[in-house]
Design a protein around this ligand. Structure first.
Ligand code: 5GP
Length: 207
């Protein structure tokens, strides 16, 4: 039809809600979306790869990225930095590709300031008990880290009101279908299409 700028989708929500799993399943099914690989100072977990799961950085390297304004957002989370490299996101959106971020809530709020037109999806746990089980059973972390993540998760749940959509993660496949439905609906939104149409019509009239 006509060239449209890509849409920025932000999947966020409390720690342990299953953002990573939903995102992975979504990307197994949706090849059109571009995933923005984050930078982090945390250690790679077994099986994780540089450039695929994260860009692993030292604290110094990360701080230099902040200073050079290379990050669209960044947050400190459980003693590590996490951030979204700006260049990739802007480049892909300008090419007309949809970009997908999976980030924690402080970062999502920064993205909202810079990209209010982004689509903010809050992944919600089926229950707080379930959330607690998931954080505890992840099993890769010490008790202190688990307690910290739980505390963060409770604070984060209160931020739901800042989001456009809420998806309950009671079942991964169901959650992924809902995210896909959101993506499809956003492409059909009158506001997005109308602006493009008007530009084309005006260009035509001025020609
Ligand atoms: P993990 O260490 O388990 O991979 O991620 C911890 C948290 O950091 C998760 O909630 C994840 O969504 C979030 N995260 C991953 N990448 C980014 C990022 O680029 N920016 C922000 N703000 N959070 C991120």
């Amino acid at each position: 039809m006509f060239e449209q700028k890509g849409i920025l989708f932000i999947l966020s929500g409390p720690s342990g809600v299953g953002k990573g799993t939903v995102r992975e399943r979504l990307f197994e099914q949706d090849t059109e979306l571009k995933y923005s690989v984050s930078a982090t100072t945390r250690e790679a977990r077994p099986g994780e790869e540089h450039g695929v799961h994260y860009f692993y950085k030292s604290h110094e390297e990360f701080e230099s990225m902040i200073e050079q304004n290379e990050l669209l957002e960044h947050a400190q989370y459980v003693n590590n930095y996490y951030g979204t490299p700006r260049a990739y996101v802007e480049e892909q959106l300008n090419l007309g590709n949809d970009v997908f971020l999976e980030i924690e809530v402080q970062g999502a709020m920064q993205v909202k300031e810079n990209f209010p037109e982004g689509v903010f999806i809050f992944l919600f746990p089926p229950s707080l008990d379930e959330l607690k089980n998931r954080i505890v059973n992840r099993g890769t972390e010490s008790n202190d880290l688990v307690m910290n993540r739980l505390k963060e998760a409770k604070k984060e749940i209160n931020m739901m009101s800042e989001y456009d959509y809420v998806v309950v993660n009671d079942d991964v496949n169901r959650a992924v279908s809902k995210v896909q439905a959101i993506i499809t609906s956003e492409h059909c939104k009158r506001e997005r299409i109308e602006t493009e149409y008007k530009t084309i019509l005006e260009d035509d009239l001025n020609a």
